[in-house]
Design a protein around this ligand. Structure first.
Ligand SMILES: Cc1cc2nc3c(=O)[nH]c(=O)nc-3n(C[C@H](O)[C@H](O)[C@H](O)COP(=O)(O)O)c2cc1C
Length: 335
């Protein structure tokens, strides 16, 4: 709706997936797309190993830090630390239904406590100058009512929150695993479109079930931004045309060049003590659907996690996709 919005295309925060290595890989594919960290609990930021939790590569901008928590003071302090660390945005997780997160009293269950959330977000806003944004669901458990989510947003807008990333389904706090909570409750894109109509001054970002940039473009006629999660992890080159289509950039990524850049990156990481697998695991789907792509995946899966595995594993895998063996593609075609 607002074509210049910096939120028009983003990759979702995903625990265990969108760590710094995967984000660096994504940055080789798209320069404009907004990236989000995995969820980091405020308490960990306050007391934990900050460099391990927060460090990122300068190329990763624009980059948002997603925080979880439920106490205004702690969240404000964590947000302040995130801003000082160089992040471009602080996002509050109000959508995760996992039992562990519920046990901590944060994530999706906070949608049932709009007053507390407003206090938290007001404190975070006061603590930083960068945008503080919310990521939430349409409802929780039996609370599934357009009026409820509209009032929830209104309440947060009242303390100055201007950007809402909405996973377009509700969450069940009991009875469903986190993975089921991403598939079982039905998607209701019409509610997200309606929220944009009812709050035209707010930035509304749609998330959930978007599989391609073509789909994202269609949603963008009705909302300000689209966030993709699983589709990107399953095939990072789903973002191949992102810079051209969404950001007016000429950058055109090429899988082999991306793999080469990752090789150089991995070398530096390994010199710092990072195991090969920590980076290579995010590269398994880099050649998805391409000649040699299965052989690439197989070789990395089998060998990159072994003790003492070195860069030569990546180099060997690269040879398989740079010059795929004809019989491999023949076998695939014949199936
Ligand atoms: C492995 C995995 C981890 C996730 N971790 C987080 C998280 O840390 N914070 C969060 O707000 N959402 C998390 N999510 C939810 C995603 O951000 C997103 O809302 C959801 O996957 C729906 O988008 P999609 O259909 O495009 O994947 C996670 C999803 C997956 C698949």
């Amino acid at each position: 709706m607002t074509p210049s919005s910096p939120y028009r295309l983003s990759v979702a925060p995903m625990l265990d997936w969108t760590d710094r290595h995967f984000r660096y890989l994504l940055r080789q594919i798209t320069r404009g797309t907004r990236l989000y960290t995995e969820m980091v609990v405020d308490q960990s930021i306050l007391l934990g190993d900050r460099p391990r939790l927060l460090d990122f590569h300068p190329e990763e901008h624009p980059l948002a830090l997603q925080i979880a928590g439920s106490e205004p003071k702690k969240l404000a302090e964590a947000a302040r630390i995130g801003e000082a660390w160089g992040y471009d945005e602080i996002n509050l997780n109000l959508g995760c239904p996992s039992p562990r997160v519920q046990g901590g009293g944060f994530g999706a269950c906070l949608m049932l406590e709009p007053v507390r959330v407003a206090e938290c977000m007001a404190a975070m806003r006061q603590a930083v100058r960068i945008p503080v944004t919310a990521k939430h669901r349409l409802g929780v458990d039996e609370v599934e009512d357009y009026g409820y989510v509209a009032r929830f947003i209104e309440k947060l807008a009242g303390v100055g929150i201007g950007v809402f990333i909405i996973h377009a389904r509700k969450a069940y706090l009991k009875g469903l695993s986190p993975a089921q909570n991403r598939t079982v409750p039905p998607l209701r894109y019409d509610w997200v479109y309606r929220l944009k109509q009812d709050f035209p001054q707010l930035t509304i970002v749609l998330n959930g079930g978007v599989r391609s940039l073509v789909e994202a473009q269609a949603h963008l006629k009705r909302v300000d931004g689209v966030m993709l999660g699983r589709a990107v992890y399953e095939d990072p080159f789903v973002l191949e045309q992102a810079d051209r289509l969404f950001f007016g950039l000429a950058h055109q990524p090429n899988r082999l060049e991306v793999a080469q850049a990752m090789l150089a990156y991995t070398q530096i990481q390994m010199e710092r003590g990072t195991p090969l697998w920590a980076v290579a695991r995010h590269m398994l789907n880099l050649f998805k659907g391409q000649p040699g792509g299965r052989a690439w995946r197989r070789l990395l899966s089998e060998r990159a996690g072994r003790r003492g595995a070195g860069l030569e594993v990546l180099q060997e895998a690269l040879a398989l996709v740079a010059q795929p063996r004809p019989e491999v593609s023949w076998v695939r075609e014949a199936r």
